[in-house]
Design a protein around this ligand. Sequence first.
Ligand code: NAD
Length: 354
Amino acid sequence: MTRPFLYEALPMRVRFGAGSLKSLPDEVRSLGLKRVLVLSTPFQKDLAREVSDQLGELSAGVHAEAEMHVPIESAHRAREVAKAAGADGYVAVGGGSTTGLGKAIALEFGAPIIAVPTTYAGSEMTPIWGLTEDGQKKTGRDPKVLPTSVIYDPELTLTLPVGMSVTSGFNAIAHAVEALYAPDASPIISLMAEEGTRALINALPPIVKDPADAEARSDALYGAWLCGATLGATTMSLHHKLCHALGGTLNLPHAETHTVVLPHALAFNQPAAPAAVAALSRALGGATDPAQRLWEIAGDLDAPRSLAELGMKEEDIDRIAEETTSRSYGNPRPITYDDVRGILHAAWAGKPPT
Ligand code: NAD
């Protein structure tokens, strides 16, 4: 039976295809923009410079100082640079950290963002911003920070290292998993979640074999788009709360943390989410236990499977369990402090999910 739902489409334009970066100047013009600031991490500065050169007079320069989790100081700096450059829009070329910096500027000034994603994190499809101040990561939703246009060019992902391709892919799948059992799930988003998971799960093994496999890169980015859209459209539950606490408090690496935690959080929620299990089972080639299957695939693809190997200490488990249970959030299955402790302990030790 179709359950009641509310679905609101987000207003954005998506262009997808190998070589589509070429369309960026047209995209900038079609939005009526005259001086866009190109953002990137220091690591992707050369790419940002190329993009800026391609934009010519439409570029207000390059600001290559994006950092993971958008420290507030970096947001302040980027806002000053944007103001001084007279920028009327932002082109974020990179992963979630770069898109996040664009969002931090737009949160203050409200100008449009054009996102050019180069990982599978999915931030480009969401109105969610994040800022880190005094070791605490705050997030919120604001339509102002939703990118106006997104250009998905799979050629830009060819350089994404294999390890990061896998963990970033799992990060995307985590959005789809939680969208499938979200309190505000809806049929179209569930279809996107299932298809996005299928696309990524099928694309990651060929990427591990050959990172230059153009077809697999294209399919993975397609999956990332769908999974990112599911994140933008629904409210996340236990898995994202755990990863938020682990990333914000212990500064564990974002995509790797998602990869380790996902099978455990999903295993806990599976008994209370039969429709999500059915969709994931189809996406994972008929797996009867999707959580177990995701854990196996992570192992097959040499991804990290324990929080200990990401640098977490056993004594931090209680702290994260307290933080995760101190705030209320929707979750398909009621959860206690001891449940969270158990999940964290299994994830910390790298045990199979139960
Ligand atoms: P990232 O953006 O921090 O990128 C990691 C590193 O990989 C950077 O040095 C980057 O320059 C480099 N890189 C990116 N693409 C590359 C490529 N194609 N080739 C070579 N190097 C490349 O990592 P991420 O996982 O994409 O983003 C993580 C951040 O995004 C976190 O802060 C997370 O909280 C945030 N995030 C936010 C949302 C949201 O909706 N607001 C969604 C997902 C993630």
